[in-house]
Design a protein around this ligand. Structure first.
Ligand code: ZN
Length: 276
């Protein structure tokens, strides 16, 4: 197997007021046993997104075929970024992740003030307002700026109508499947806990059929109550309200093999023919 690498740097190649594509890298793998058949194309794109006076890099790593889209919103959850890249490398699909300062939250300056928000709390207006206020300053102008960013991300996430897979990592013994028996009980309509699994490793889904499938496979799984879930502006709330297929693959940080195994399970599930 050999590789042809084509680097293309396109400066000021903007497709909205806030963006420019700063780098594209195509990597075609060609099978040596069938020299002229391209078996997959990997493409790496970085979008330079202007947020107030600062920048967020939206990185898109994609391969063929494109049957699902993976999103990482928390840059400090590094295990999930590595696992998602490995999946796209081997099976295709598209992976979008955000990059700024290596932290969970994103910050920016606007009109001389500093603002911060959690990028998984921006997919409703209510969520944006709460996140800005909880993390420091709030202004309507900042809310608008974050809302534009959320709309841009959502357009990237939904434009090909692909199944959305979010990847997250938690720390041992904090947020886990057990949280849905107490703290987050009112947000979910069903929980399946397999006592032989680590409670930190679980799926969070918005559709009953996905819940039943993953339960049948013996994984910890939580089903969001799309009608009654509290509006925290997270992507699961947005997808649940808008009937968008969504699964969050959550593991303890550092559990790379477990996250790979869970992502492979989803990939397998999505490639099964649908029964009518
Ligand atoms: Zn996260």
């Amino acid at each position: 197997m050999y590789r042809i690498l084509i680097f293309l740097f396109a400066f000021s190649f903007g497709f909205s007021d806030n963006t420019e594509v700063i780098a594209k890298n195509f990597d075609n793998d060609i099978s040596s046993c069938n020299r002229f058949q391209i078996i997959r194309v990997l493409q790496d794109t970085t979008i330079n997104y202007s947020l107030g006076d600062d920048v967020v890099w939206i990185k898109i790593f994609e391969g063929t075929p494109q049957s699902f889209i993976i999103i990482n919103l928390h840059e400090n959850e590094a295990t999930s970024i590595l696992a998602a890249k490995d999946i796209v490398n081997r099976f295709g699909g598209k992976f979008i992740f955000l990059s700024q300062k290596g932290e969970r939250n994103i910050s920016f300056k606007l009109g001389g003030n500093e603002y911060s928000f959690d990028p998984n709390r921006i997919f409703t207006r209510e969520g944006i307002r709460k996140s800005l206020s909880n993390l420091g300053n709030y202004s309507f102008e900042a809310e608008e700026e974050v809302n534009k960013f959320a709309e841009f991300l959502l357009s990237e996430l939904t434009k090909d109508s692909l199944f959305i897979i979010a990847v997250h990592n938690n720390t041992n013994g904090s947020y886990s499947i057990n949280s849905f028996f107490n703290q987050y009980k009112q947000d979910v309509s069903n929980v399946y806990r397999n006592k032989s699994e680590d409670p930190d490793d679980f799926f969070f889904v918005v559709r009953e059929e996905d819940f039943e499938y993953l339960k049948s496979k013996g994984f910890n799984v939580v089903l969001q109550d799309n009608q009654n879930v509290r509006d925290d502006g997270s992507l699961s709330v947005f997808c649940g309200r808008n009937n968008i297929p969504y699964i969050n693959v959550e593991t303890q940080v550092g559990k790379y093999q477990k996250q790979i195994q869970m992502l492979e399970e989803i990939k397998e599930y999505l490639s099964k023919p649908k029964e009518n």
